[in-house]
Design a protein around this ligand. Structure first.
Ligand code: SF4
Length: 368
């Protein structure tokens, strides 16, 4: 079996951000964190006994994985190295500027972590306050500086668009700061107000952006980053040459990956499955894996690949499915070309930047 991706979910956060609906808890103790680490390590060993796997990407996401601390992060990475082959792996750790004091970045770099994804979101104090983030631009700068001193040469920063107080002017300030930091990758997401969050409860009191404002911000961001040497390779992702996220590309290319931890999803040998969203069950070692049906179908592949700027290409499609892209998809995608939403030629279908803004609607209309 070819090397696949490994995702380790760490469901711990210092505090819950008011817009976030990821699976995480703030009720953590040293005992819980150590127990969680042991279960992750035991689960990895069990997989080794069941199935022959090797990895070329490892991603510690969350939550806030750095809250595991160096000792536990190193324990997990050693368990991975001792039980599986790692082929030139990209090994990513998500961190927040505030969690920096609890990890020794230099030591983590020496143990094989080689990519950091830093949850910055904004560099403007009042926007950070609205998002419930407890750090300043100075802390962000310091985190990036320490990451570089520790030897990290592949750093990604998260940026949020359509924050209630944000304007094009303040967005430009954040973008300029990001560019000035000489980092390799930027992930930029529009704020979504999800059910079950504090923002959702208070949505009428928040000065949320309308669709036109969101579009203006997104198109402004794309133009600023591409004019400054970042390749826009996925709806929300931008990279310097050679620094696309190898792990996340597995998701968009519908390649295999294994996810471990409550709520973590996997796609393995044609099947999709996920762990229950229960920390308690996971800690008891009795978390069930729930099967989510067949994966890797033609429709799913098209849906995922249309998130990429390269779109779907006949040669890759034929390699994977043994047939050309069905004509029906070209015909449907052509209907949107005159509105500047798609680009269709003989062998490929892509969404434009304007098309990305309507991606869910467009992709479902192309596929239906
Ligand atoms: S945004 Fe990140 S730090 Fe904030 S609650 Fe969600 S996972 Fe935790």
């Amino acid at each position: 079996m070819k090397p696949i991706g490994l995702y380790i979910h760490v469901p711990f956060c210092e505090r819950k951000c008011p817009y976030c609906n990821f699976f995480s808890t703030t009720k953590i103790t040293n005992e819980i964190v150590d127990r969680y680490t042991d279960i992750i390590c035991n689960t990895l060993v069990k997989y080794k006994e069941k199935i022959k796997l090797s990895f070329d990407t490892v991603y510690f996401g969350g939550g806030t994985p750095s809250l595991l601390g160096d000792k536990n992060l190193i324990k997990i990475i050693k368990t991975i190295k001792n039980n599986f082959k790692l082929f030139g792996s990209e090994i990513t750790l998500e961190i927040n500027p505030t969690t920096l004091p609890i990890v020794n970045l230099k030591q983590l770099r020496e143990e094989g972590f080689n990519r950091l994804s830093i949850g910055v979101q904004s560099t403007i104090d009042r926007e950070l306050k609205t998002l419930g983030r407890q750090y300043s631009q100075k802390d962000i700068k310091n985190t990036i500086k320490l990451a570089k001193i520790a030897g990290f040469t592949n750093i990604s920063l998260d940026l949020m668009l359509a924050i209630p107080e944000q304007s094009i002017k303040s967005l430009k300030q954040s973008i300029n700061f990001f560019i000035s930091q000489d980092i390799q990758h930027i992930s930029a997401y529009l704020l979504k107000v999800e059910k079950g969050t504090l923002f959702y409860k208070n949505k009428n009191k928040l000065n949320l952006k309308n669709e036109n404002e969101e579009s203006e911000m997104y198109l402004f961001l794309v133009s600023e980053l591409t004019n400054n040497g970042f390749k826009h390779y996925e709806i929300s992702n931008f990279a310097r040459n050679g620094y696309k996220s190898k792990h996340n590309l597995k998701y968009w290319n519908s390649k295999d990956y294994l996810g471990i931890g409550p709520s973590a999803h996997s796609f393995l040998a044609g099947r999709r499955f996920y762990y229950q969203r229960s920390l308690q069950k996971f800690l008891s070692g009795n978390s069930e894996v729930i099967y989510d049906g067949k994966g890797g179908t033609i429709e799913e592949y098209i849906m995922l690949r249309l998130r990429l700027s390269d779109g779907i290409k006949n040669n890759l499609f034929k390699q994977r499915f043994g047939i050309n892209i069905p004509q029906i998809y070209f015909e449907k995608a052509k209907n949107f070309q005159k509105y500047g939403l798609t680009v269709v030629d003989k062998s490929s279908i892509k969404l434009t930047n304007k098309g990305f803004l309507l991606s869910n609607e467009l992709i479902s209309r192309i596929l239906l």
